[in-house]
Structures are given as C-alpha cells and as structure tokens.
Design a protein around this ligand. Structure first.
Ligand code: GLU
Length: 317
C-alpha cells in the first residue's frame, strides 16, 4: 500500500495531473487586521476550503517605512483567534530578496526596465487634466535626461494591451501604457515594488486563484504583464467587493478602521459572511468557532458574492 501511495503521488503521475487549488491571504504588516481585511481573508479562505485546497499566508513586509513593529505577529494571532488557519509555513517577503533580484536581472536582460530620474512632483505636474492619478508620461524611457540622477526602476509598458476575465468583476480590457503607465519595479528608496514581489511570490507559492479586494483590480493588468515577461503561470483572479465607510472611503488604517476584536470573532465573521452575500442564518450567532466554520465552508457559494467593487457598511465591526 505504501509503495502504491508513493507511486500515485509521484509528480507527473496520472493521479497528480489535476491541479489542486492553492489560495492565499497576503496582508502587509502596516497595522492590525480590521473588517476590510477580514473580508479578503474570509473570501480567500472559503474559496480554498470549499475546493479542498490549501490556504497560504504571506506577510508582505517589504516596505519598512510603512510597517509597524509587532504588526505581523498581531496579524497571525488575530487569524488564529478567528480560526483562519493557514496550511503551510507563512512566507515573509523580507526573506525573498534573492528571488526578486533574479527577476530584475531577467527584465534587465530583456531591456524591459529602465532607470527613471523623475521626482514625484515632476510626474504630478505633467499629469493630464482628468487623470485619476498621475500616469507616468515615459520621460526617461529612452534615456535618462541630462542633469537627472537615477532614482526608481520602471517597467516599459509601451503598446501593451491586457485582457482577462475576473471571476467576479467580469471581462477587463486595459491599455497598460495609457491607464497604468510605466510602473515602478524598484523604488527610489530601495525596496522592490509590490507589483514585482506579488507576481514572483504568487508563482513561487503555486497559487492557482488570487482572491482579494477589488482595490487591487487596477494593479492586476500590470501583474499579468509581468507574468508574461517572466514566463510565469497566470492564476485565476476573483476581486471581492471592498468595504467602505458611508462617505465612500475604503476601510483602512488611514480611515481609522477599528482593529478586529480577538476575544469575540463570531459577530465579525457573520457580518463578513453577510457582506459576501452568503445569508448566514440567525442561529449562527449562537455557534462556536467550529460550528461557524462547518456552516460557512459547507454553504459557501461564490456565485452569491455581489459583483460590485465597493459596498458601504453602516458601522464598523
Ligand atoms: N499586501 C497587499 C495588501 O495588504 C495585498 C496584496 C494582494 O493580495 O495581492 O493590500
């Protein structure tokens, strides 16, 4: 039996052909988890668990100026208190600089990245009227203008069109150069940008579906382009609605979203399930964590998630 089991589980054998689901939650340790983060954690967890898949945790700690000491441990503790148990060792992006450096070398050899000497102010000043955020106009794409010193590394997006189908938000068509612009791959102050790190690590962790907030939908075309350049598999994407305050601002540390209460996980979990369109029954309020998860996993239906980008919530949990 043991020998048979070993044979059948050999990579490449018939029984391993079907790809197993691998999902992830990838918080940045910039503060404690709040209701907005719980939605992404819950949605990605339930997608993975219902598919009998694996749910991974990645701590995106490559932006030291924005990080808060102790926040990563606090996130782990909160997830555990909510019964959101990850399946493999958490991956810390701060340990991954070698992999990012290799990717930069590949892009450099392909001549897809270049040094940019523009300051943030120069880019904002050059923005076209009506632009939501300043789109980099490609000033240093062909060469660093005289008198400028090299700052950030940018990816050349000239002429690139991206199309993909988000599993919730539908068909996305994106003109990368016009709508995103040549985006930063390594920042002027040193760190690798989120865009590159996320692509490398989703591939390294073998992620088959990315479930996260729709605030990251606009970043996704750039990620797909990097996957193409680096010859990495593109996972499926499902961008969940994001919780906003009544006046439309996304719940975040900056908008004073309250930290999740680790002593009472059930009310916030039920509210998050409800937010994701799953209609939890009133009896679930009496449930313990094990009963909650049993109900949530067996009733999870991604077709009931509202396919909008944002939902305003009445009050914070
Ligand atoms: N670290 C990112 C954040 O906390 C999420 C990245 C992702 O899910 O791709 O907003």
């Amino acid at each position: 039996m043991v020998i048979l089991a070993l044979y059948f589980n050999k990579p490449g054998s018939f029984f391993m052909q079907k790809q197993t689901y691998r999902g992830r939650f990838a918080p940045s340790p910039t503060g404690p988890l709040h209701f907005g983060s719980l939605i992404a954690a819950l949605g990605s967890f339930l997608q993975a668990k219902q598919a009998h898949g694996t749910w991974l945790l990645r701590i995106e700690d490559i932006d030291p100026p924005r990080e808060i000491p102790g926040a990563a441990d606090d996130i782990l503790y909160t997830l555990e208190s909510y019964g959101l148990e990850w399946d493999e060792q958490p991956l810390y992006q701060s340990t991954r600089s070698e992999a990012y450096r290799e990717a930069l070398l590949i892009l450099e050899r392909m001549q897809r990245i270049y040094l940019c000497g523009c300051s943030r102010k120069e880019i904002t000043d050059a923005a076209q009227p009506g632009e939501k955020h300043a789109i980099y106009p490609g000033t240093c794409r062909n060469r660093l203008p005289a008198g400028k010193s090299a700052r950030a590394l940018r990816l050349n997006t000239q002429g690139i069109q991206i199309r993909f189908a988000d599993r919730l938000q539908g068909e996305i068509k994106h003109d990368l150069e016009r709508e995103t612009g040549d985006f930063v791959i390594r920042r002027a102050d040193g760190p690798i940008a989120y865009q590159l790190a996320v692509v490398i690590d989703d591939a390294a962790q073998g992620i088959t579906e990315v479930v996260r907030g729709s605030d990251l939908l606009e970043q996704t075309p750039g990620q797909l382009y990097l996957q193409q350049l680096l010859d990495l598999k593109t996972p499926d994407y499902l961008h969940l609605p994001v919780a906003t305050h009544q006046h439309g601002q996304k719940l975040s540390k900056q908008t004073f979203a309250r930290a999740l209460d680790t002593s009472q996980p059930i009310p916030a979990l039920i509210k998050a399930l409800d937010f994701l369109g799953q209609s939890p029954p009133p009896e679930l309020h009496e449930a313990n964590l094990a009963e909650f998860w049993h109900w949530a996993i067996s009733h999870w239906d991604s077709r009931h998630i509202p396919n909008t980008r944002t939902i305003a919530i009445a009050e914070q949990t």
